[in-house]
Design a protein around this ligand. Structure first.
Ligand code: NAD
Length: 436
């Protein structure tokens, strides 16, 4: 569908296209059986996933588990129908009528839950970042492969129709050589820095604190650590694990660079949100990927949005939210201007005469700026779930599998390694460890 014909951006004609959420539409038409899934972790993301799943007709939630009583009730509300719930996710894994699980627990618990789930024969949709550290990710890859399960990591942008369009444009070569990709994810609010409110009923009675800490150091009940776990190294990975992973997953799926970077160098600071947290509120990282330098930052003290920019020799491609813009670069041959300022008028004239004689054709017209957008209200999480349910049913491969998810997560761990060790982090493929 064409949009806004004749619209003009910065003096250039814009060819605007509204994209269609194809995957979901195709799923609806398929009319196959519903995948019966259980949700483990029904906090912020678990509830959002259940709300999105209501719009995906190929999946049906048949049970949930969560360690906090109110989150159990919120999960039922989010799904919109009563399903069994408890604190013990293992009861869900024992059920023969459960095909798959959605894992939306805090990052440091991904490994335990995923390993248990695949050992029980369940396919897994595991939230991003896939792992809490390198060892966890490697163990998860091994377990998924050994049990021949479908695994999809939960960076939903990989299924976003705008990202798919961007991948198509990138693969076509229309951007020319791309050697630099930039992205950032900036917010400027307490919520953006994970200073989430603590519910008034939070207590050791309503929260299974002991089970929460099963893979972390023991400590007395601390509601701030339970609800703001992203701030602490024992449970999360700061802005890298929370936000870089989306930028990296987007970069990987668009560029086709499904690899661990060879080097990462980070710097940053903890200034405004110096509230006892472990992680910086500003992190900037330069990565070396094969043939491409990737520059990322996350700033929790300025809301500059979440763009990803691909700088090509022939065009610049920018994704901002659910909008994609491709702006051609002027690359037609031009006579030299600047350096002729040091030439005499006669020499300059002779050069220009010769140049124009060698280039008799008028310069090619610059191509139109292209823009693509998803429809208002578009939900890429619904498309990502649809893609997972489709794979569970067909056993077809998913793009964001355990290797893809692990590659993005390791890059996050390298960023933190560099920041905390004040060094360049390198990936040692032989030992599968971060060095430096
Ligand atoms: N894809 C996205 O855009 C996106 C957005 C937000 C969060 N996430 C990811 O989703 C995951 C959850 O984040 P959140 O914001 O919902 O956190 P949250 O703290 O709001 O919810 C996590 C829930 O997991 C439960 N839990 C922890 N261990 C458990 C266990 N062993 N058994 C059962 N329940 C357990 C907790 O009780 C809690 O309710 C994280 O990995 C996070 O990075 C992804």
């Amino acid at each position: 569908m064409r949009l806004g014909a004749g619209a003009v951006v910065a003096g250039a004609a814009v060819n605007a296209t509204l994209l269609e959420p194809a995957a979901l539409a195709a799923q609806r038409e398929a009319g196959g059986r519903k995948i019966r899934f259980a949700s483990i972790g029904t906090g912020i993301r678990g509830c959002d996933l259940l709300r999105s799943a209501r719009n995906v007709p190929t999946g049906e939630c048949v049970g949930t588990a969560d360690l906090y009583d109110m989150h159990q009730r919120a999960g039922i509300e989010a799904w919109g129908a009563d399903v069994p719930t408890s604190r013990d996710y293992r009861a869900l894994l024992d059920r023969k009528d459960v095909d798959a699980v959605i894992v939306a627990v805090a990052d440091f618990q991904h490994r335990r839950v995923v390993l248990d789930a695949v050992a029980a024969g369940k396919d897994v949709y595991c939230e991003k970042p896939m792992s809490h550290n390198v060892a966890d990710g490697l163990a998860m890859v091994e377990a998924v492969e050994a049990n021949e399960r479908i695994f999809q990591a939960g960076s939903q942008r990989v299924s976003n129709i705008v990202y798919k369009k961007a991948a198509e444009i990138y693969a076509s070569g229309r951007l020319g050589e791309v050697h630099y990709i930039e992205g950032h994810s900036d917010r400027n609010s307490p919520s953006g820095a994970w200073v989430y409110p603590i519910p008034s009923d939070a207590s050791p009675q309503t929260i299974d604190w002991e089970t929460f800490l099963r893979d972390a150091p023991a400590r007395p009940f601390d509601a701030a650590r339970f609800f703001r776990w992203r701030c602490f190294k024992d449970y999360g990975e700061g802005v890298a694990g929370d936000l870089y992973v989306h930028l990296l997953s987007g970069m990987q799926c668009i560029s086709g660079i499904n690899a661990i970077p060879s080097r990462a160098y980070s710097t940053g600071s903890l200034t405004h949100f110096n509230d006892g947290r472990d992680f910086p509120d500003l992190l900037a990282t330069l990565y070396d990927y094969p043939g491409v330098t990737v520059s990322l930052h996350c700033n929790q003290n300025n809301a500059a949005g979440e763009p990803i920019i691909f700088y090509g020799k022939e065009a610049t491609m920018v994704i901002n939210g659910n909008t994609l813009t491709v702006t051609p670069q002027e690359t037609s041959p031009q006579p030299e201007g600047y350096s002729l300022n040091g030439w005499t008028a006669a020499a300059k004239q002779q050069y220009l005469n010769e140049w124009h004689a060698a280039h008799p054709a008028p310069p090619a017209k610059l191509a139109e700026v292209e823009s693509y957008a998803a429809p208002q209200g578009y939900d890429d999480t619904a498309d990502h779930l649809a893609s997972f349910f489709h794979a569970v049913e067909t056993r077809e491969h998913v793009v964001e599998d355990e290797v893809f998810g692990n590659n993005a997560a390791v890059a996050c761990h390298m960023a933190n390694h560099s920041y905390f060790h004040r060094t360049v982090a390198t990936w040692d493929a032989a030992t599968k460890t971060i060095k430096g």
